[in-house]
Design a protein around this ligand. Sequence first.
Ligand code: PLP
Length: 387
Amino acid sequence: MSMRKVYLDHSATTPTRPEVVEAMLPFFNEQYGNPSSLHQYGQWCRSAIEEARDRVAKLIGAESEEVYFTSGGTESDNMVIKGVGFKNFEKRGHYITSKIEHKAVLEAVRFMEKLGFTATYLDVDEYGMVHPETLEKAIREDTILVSIMAANNEVGTIQPIKELAKITHEHGALFHTDAVQAFGKIPVDVKDWDIDYLAASGHKFYGPKGIGFCYIKDSAKKKMMRLIDGGSHEIGMRAGTENLAGIIGIAKALELAIADLDTEPARENKLVEMLYKGLTDALDGVELNGHPTERLPGFLNMSFAKVEGESMLLSLDMQGIGLSSGSACTSGSLEPSHVLSAMGLDSIRAHSSLRFTLGRQNNVDDIEYVLRVLPPLIEKLREVSML
Ligand code: PLP
């Protein structure tokens, strides 16, 4: 009997949906023109790209010229953070972000600090929430950009983006959100949130890897510089021949993800509840990390006292279960997650955490399998634990 395969790491990446692959395929061999070419081979592809841009714009409440295709979330975050900084290079200026951002944001802000800009990294509460008052206190006259993620990728906590953007604008600064984890999980409407910039990534919502987009509000475009110089691609903001198939794919994936918003999040949350209940019934010393209610659907981050996350992860991997732990093995030393640390978890609890992120293919059988495998495994690890 072959081993059951249960993938529970959808916040790391998702499989590309067959409908998405199908939509992309003609753009590898039948429609291969360069969208910048003036002949019909190029112009077919140009219209396909502009159609995809229109579609993405409509789905997020933007205008077509406000959507810029990039290589993904990391690039979109860099594009905004550095782009706004370079526009303000003479006077430099102050950035505000949070302690629980993805590295794509944290490292971009740190880079700007090296160039003479200043930065404040906002604290979060025990659930990973940025409080509007914290921003209100930190914002200054020279603040140029506030960058707060829409939802966190380790614990799923959803931030009060609308309020944070409002405070930012009251102080004359620009607001960016890394919304990479939000798509397909919660509604995203850039006009309703009233934000200036947003980063998105295709492979987090069943689109292909290596494609993303950046929303840049019309009035905020002149307040940044472009990072990638060359031709006039992407409405002058990002040079380079477009990732044609990827663009077709991300538009299709977004359309499907948003069509599923009415059903899929609720379905995943039922499975999360089942998993949470099963684990807390079976084991002592189990704690939830993240917000009890303001949390992305399908997200469950838990600490299991007296066991080490990495050993659980490796043992589960041998049983066909794929997920992440709250520590990252960097250069041989086990660093506790910066997110869990910022939430005030001690290093031991951070080290004993697992992140389950569910997705479209998961079903009740998967959860039952995890509930059969994980509790005895934890009991066994606890017997030999040094923690
Ligand atoms: N921001 C967040 C919150 C993420 O979870 C990720 C993916 O891990 C990224 C940015 C980076 O996106 P990409 O993989 O498209 O570069």
